[in-house]
Design a protein around this ligand. Sequence first.
Ligand SMILES: *[C@@H]1O[C@H](CO)[C@@H](O)[C@H](O)[C@H]1NC(C)=O
Ligand SMILES: *[C@@H]1O[C@H](CO)[C@@H](O)[C@H](O)[C@H]1NC(C)=O
Length: 360
Amino acid sequence: MRSFKVLSVIGLLAQVICSLGFYNPVRKGAADPAMVWADGNYHLTYTSDTHIQITKSPTIGGLNKGETKTVWTDSDTTRNLHIWAPEMHRIKGIWIIFYSSRGAKDEEGFRTRFLRGCNGPNPSDCTYTFGGDLVAPEGQRGGPSKNNAHSIDGSYLKIPGKGEYHVLSMIDEKGLESIGIATLDTSKWKVGGWNVICRPDQPWEQFDGDGAGSKALRTGKGLVEGPYALYHGKDIWLSYSGSDCSAPQYALGLLHYNGGDPLKASSWDKTGPVLSSANGHYGTGHNSFFSSPDGTEIWNLFHATSNPKGHCGVNRYTMAQKVTFDAQNNPIFGEPLSNETEIPPPSGQGKKVDNSTELV
Ligand SMILES: *[C@@H]1O[C@H](CO)[C@@H](O)[C@H](O)[C@H]1NC(C)=O
Ligand SMILES: *[C@@H]1O[C@H](CO)[C@@H](O)[C@H](O)[C@H]1NC(C)=O
C-alpha cells in the first residue's frame, strides 16, 4: 500500500516535470526574432538597432531571463545605424549572421550584409568579423532603373539539386517593397542579380499603420518583406510578412516552391494570410523557424504587439508556436495563442541532443 503511494507520487512528479510547459511571449523587447537550438541551449537573436545580441537558455521558457551577450558592434559609420533582423545560419559548418543596416548618408541606405563567425558548437561563443554586403551587381538590382540597392531582411535558402540563394526585401519596378531572390555563392560570398518573386498584390498586403486601429489605412501601396525558408518532407516554402509592420493587420503569408527555376516568380505559389492577429496579439509577423532539440518538430517564431493600433518599434515581443502539417503536407500555423495558454515545450528539450549541423 505504502510503496504504491510512493510510486504514484513519483509518477505524478514525473508527469509534472514532463508536462512543464511555457507561456508566450518567450521574450519581451524582441522583434524580428530568429533562433537555433545548439550545444544544449536555444540561441535567440532579434533587432537591437545599435548592435546584435544573442540570448541563450536551455529551456524556451527561460529566454525571458536568459543570459544575453552582445556579439556585434560596429564603429564604421557607413553601416552602423539601424542594425535590423539578425539571423544565425550554420553554412558549411560556420556560423554566419545575416542582418541589415544603413549608414548616415542617403547613399548609405539599407543593405543586407553578413558576419562570419566560427565553426564552434554554438553561435553565441563565436567572435564575428564583417563579411560584406550582399548587393547585386550594377544594373541587376531593384527599382525601375534596376540600380536601387535598398535591401533588408536578408536570409538563406538552399534548394537540393538547384543551389544556394539569398532571399531579401527589395524594391520592384513600381517602387514597391517586394520579395527578391538571388543566387548566393558561399565560397566567394557573392550574390547574382536580384529577381522579384513576390509583389504586394493581395488585399491583406495593403495595410499601412495610420494610428486608426483596426481601420488602418489601405494605401494600395502594399509591401511584403521578411522571407524565411521552411523545409518539411519534400516541400519547400518561403514564409513572408505582408502590410506595413505598424499596421495591426501585418501578417504572415507563404510562397510554396513548385519545382521550377527558383529565380522566377512563376516557381512560387502564394497563399495567405496563414497567421494573423488574435487573442490580444496584433501585427503578428516577421517570423523565422527553428527545429525542436531532437529535430522532430518545426516551430514558428514571430513577433507581435499588444497595441491594437499596431506598433513597429523594438518593444514588440517574441512568440513561439509549433507548426503542424496536414495530410497534403500543408503547414498549419493556427492562431497566436493567448498569454495564458500553457504550451508543451519543443520535443527533446531537457535532453542533451545537438542537432544543429547544417541548420538552415
Ligand atoms: C501578453 O504579454 C505581453 C508581454 O508581457 C504584454 O505586453 C501583453 O499586454 C499581454 N497581452 C495580454 C492580452 O494580456
Ligand atoms: C536530426 O534531425 C533530422 C531531421 O529532422 C533527423 O532526421 C535526425 O534523425 C536528427 N538526428 C538526431 C541525432 O537527432
